[in-house]
Design a protein around this ligand. Structure first.
Ligand code: NDP
Length: 291
């Protein structure tokens, strides 16, 4: 069998993301059972051919593969704990966002109940599901990943990171950390230019090509970090990177200095430790060793 379109699958949670995942499965021809805590969310999916289960237990018992896409770790336990016996022998794919520790805890709970567990971290918004650019990270059961890869690939590019069930979440949250700090940097710049009459839309048109070009520096920083030598020639030094002008200009514009000051603190700790002539990538040492 080259396709697992015959796999019966149940989706627990029909929020924005769970609904998108379920729709992709139904459209691909999987016999799909759906369940949501609050009624009334399955209408469109039923119209596509999904079966709406009255209870989470009914949904679990309907399929060999169970997808959990609920709000958070606590809600996953709230729904699944009473169903451990029903889940035994089935495969649970949990794509609810959790911390690595929570993913490992749920995997241990699943192992104790005889449930095959695969953890997932979704790097996409619901509209991206089933489209190019969507990515989902997995860790946990290698057998489950291999067996259900055709199903998982319906949603996004699937990447498996290993048996440690916390790894997908670790990568997921690390990537989100980078995203949120970048977003805060964009908001800071937009706030700085706003008193000069520049709209956020105008600033976005300038920031997008600038920041896109700057991501090219990731690779160079990575080479230095992995090499462990921040004195390699050609790097912008920490002293040269002082953000004093950015802080002053932000204050002059009447906006918060919090975002820039955070980066300045990371720089200053390395300068204070005597590394001012070394490369900017060295601020990772401030992050690795909390103050
Ligand atoms: P929504 O807020 O749209 O939906 C949340 C879902 O969880 C609903 O089905 C809700 O049911 C259910 N739920 C919440 N609490 C409980 C509970 N105690 N018991 C049972 N069901 C509960 O969230 P999303 O669908 O957007 O997100 C779902 C997961 O996917 C989250 O972990 C999120 O971090 C992750 N994710 C979402 C992305 C996105 O862009 N939306 C991107 C990447 C990951 P009810 O309708 O009854 O409230």
């Amino acid at each position: 069998m080259t396709s697992d379109n015959g796999v019966q699958v149940s989706v627990l949670g029909l929020g924005a993301m769970g609904g998108a995942l379920a729709a992709a499965l139904v459209k691909a021809g999987h016999a799909t059972t759906v369940w949501n805590r609050s009624p009334g969310k399955a209408g469109d999916l039923v119209a596509l051919g999904a079966r709406d289960a009255a209870t989470a237990g009914d949904a679990v018992r309907a399929s060999r593969v169970i997808i959990a896409c609920l709000l958070d770790h606590a809600s996953v336990h709230e729904v699944l704990d009473p169903l451990a016996a029903d889940l035994a022998g089935r495969t649970l794919v949990n794509v609810t966002t959790t911390t690595p520790a929570q993913s490992r805890e749920l995997a241990a709970w699943a192992a104790g109940a005889g449930i095959v567990y695969l953890d997932g971290g979704i790097m996409a918004v619901p509209d991206m599901i089933g489209r190019p650019g969507a990515s989902i990270l997995y860790s946990g059961s290698a057998d489950a990943f291999a067996a259900h890869r055709p199903l998982l690939d319906l949603w996004a590019d699937s990447t498996y990171f290993g048996a440690d069930p916390g790894l997908a979440s670790l990568y997921d949250l690390a990537l989100l950390a980078g995203m949120y700090v970048m977003f805060a940097g964009f908001m800071h710049g937009a706030a700085m230019v706003a008193p000069a009459g520049v709209t956020a839309r105008e600033f976005a048109a300038m920031a997008t090509p600038w920041l896109t070009a700057m991501t090219g520096a990731f690779h160079e920083f990575a080479e230095v970090i992995d090499g462990g030598d921040y004195t390699v020639a050609g790097q912008q030094s920490l002293e040269f990177s002082s953000l004093g002008d950015l802080l002053a200009a932000s204050s002059d514009q009447g906006v918060s200095t919090e975002v820039v000051a955070m980066v300045q603190r990371l720089i200053q700790r390395q300068i204070d430790a005597g590394h001012g002539a070394e490369g900017f990538a060295r601020i990772i040492e401030s992050i690795r060793r909390p103050a």
